[in-house]
Design a binder for this molecule. Sequence first.
Ligand code: ADP
Ligand code: MG
Length: 224
Amino acid sequence: LKMQMHRSERFALISEMAASIAHEVRNPLTVVRGFLQLGKSSADEKLRRYMEIAIAELDRAASVLSDYLDFAKPQLNNVGKISVSEKMTSVLKIVSSYASMNRVEITSGIGENLYVSGDKSKLKQALINILKNAIEAMPDGGTLHVETCSSGGKVSVFVSDSGEGMTSEQLQKLGSPFYTTKAQGTGLGLMVTFRLLEAMNATLKYESEPGKGTKVCIVFPEAE
Ligand code: ADP
Ligand code: MG
């Protein structure tokens, strides 16, 4: 018996597996984290320190799940026409508390009636990864600006931050697996993001200057 799978079937299978693994692994992590948190209050100084380390490492594991595996939501047939303005508004809501926690102000100019085609949850994952990075680049606060527009059959999304920026060497490494400059980073967010956007026939460009900030430009083919 010969078994053969097409690329797309294989990708669908892997996506489904990834989503269920993410789900199955996150639940026990959440339970363990809860007990460690509880135990912290009754533990002595040294034990408390160990528990803090354990919690930080659990959070890192959870980041790997959210950067790398979450996009592969198990629902099938999620592909279709997506309103970029609606998606952008909902994604900004998701990251807004993270932004205010970091004293980052969000400003936006989001155009109406912009449509692209693709998988909703994958686009959401890609945008969240980009926005999270922008916020994390501003540890002392700053401004995150998001803009969308269309022209000549293309829909563009711009995300700019007033954060620490990157050198040209750092820019070249973007998207390489496990490349991170953060203590708690996974270095998987942008690798996934580049792949997801590529699958939507979108292009992703970064412009950056150390100390000034970063501008991200995503260009999609416009859907009818
Ligand atoms: P992680 O966020 O876990 O570090 P990513 O793949 O999302 O992994 O990002 C890789 C690296 O790219 C980050 O560690 C950071 O150095 C750099 N980076 C990404 N976006 C920005 C940004 N907006 N400003 C500055 N550096 C960035
Ligand atoms: Mg990231």
